[in-house]
Design a protein around this ligand. Structure first.
Ligand SMILES: [Zn+2]
Length: 259
């Protein structure tokens, strides 16, 4: 209604100028209606705020709880039949096929975000998955491989601990980078098993603080510092594999080294 009255004056500008009495009447009528609308609005607002207070006090906790349960369950689920079938498609000394970015059906998988593993479930399948991933990494002569690279979209990767004697392969489950250096380095000659025969320089943090579960289910918190290919580049390997879990590849992080 308020809108309609304004429309009227906009439609008949001359009539308004000539007839002051009309203008006064219009203003009076408009103010009266405006007042009525405002009173109505106020009562609506108070009704609404009363309702929202009720929601806040009585049900918000329950809603938050239900949402949290849904979120946790959606984010942390047991393995699917397809995932189990793929894991059990070979023995522990059978490598997986590594997905390649050049394959049309592989690329969308490599670009997806992985899900959290539920360590309380599928223990035997997880053990076999880790063994087969290690075997695949050895066969491919790599230093790191992430589960999405063989088609399992789960937060898991294997890295060669180049910072430890004998450079053992270690499983990293549900990892998080909890802090990192402010500065970055341009790491030279990064490469990926999913992008063979191509290398490039990628931007990385020289050190990271990480948290994850090892294959014995123990929670590990440590600082990885190596970022030099010549001796130790454990921090770089971790970041490269961690990126795979987010659907990120080293070609997304290319940089020019400063000479
Ligand atoms: Zn890679």
């Amino acid at each position: 209604m308020y809108y309609f009255l304004h429309k009227c004056t906009a439609f008949y500008p001359n009539r308004e100028k000539k007839n002051v009495g009309y203008k006064k009447r219009r203003t009076f009528a408009a103010k009266k209606i405006e007042g009525a609308i405002m009173a109505k609005r106020k009562s609506k607002i108070s009704e609404y705020s009363g309702f929202s207070t009720f929601i806040n006090s009585k049900t918000s906790f329950c809603l938050l709880l239900v949402m949290s349960v849904i979120f946790v369950n959606c984010n942390k689920t047991g393995m699917t039949k397809e995932e189990k079938d793929l894991i059990k498609s070979g023995g522990e000394n059978n490598p997986f096929r590594v997905l390649l970015t050049v394959n049309r059906q592989d690329l969308p998988v490599l670009r997806q975000k992985s899900k959290t593993l539920d360590l309380g479930k599928d223990t035997e399948d997880l053990k076999l998955l880790i063994k087969r991933l290690k075997f695949t990494l050895k066969a491919e002569k790599g230093v790191g491989i992430a589960a999405p690279q063989i088609g399992i979209l789960r937060n898991l990767f294997i890295i060669a601990r180049v910072d430890k004697p004998g450079m053992p392969f270690e499983a990293v489950i549900n990892p998080q980078i909890i802090s990192h250096s402010e500065e970055t380095v341009c790491f030279e000659d990064d490469g990926c098993l999913s992008i063979p025969e191509i290398s490039g320089n990628s931007i990385r943090y020289p050190w990271i603080q990480v948290e994850y579960f090892n294959e014995n289910g123990e929670k590990i918190r440590e600082k990885l510092t190596g970022h030099s290919r010549k001796d130790n580049f454990a921090a770089i390997i971790f970041q490269h594999e961690y990126d795979h879990l987010q659907g990120v590849l080293f070609i997304d992080k290319l940089c020019e080294p400063s000479r």
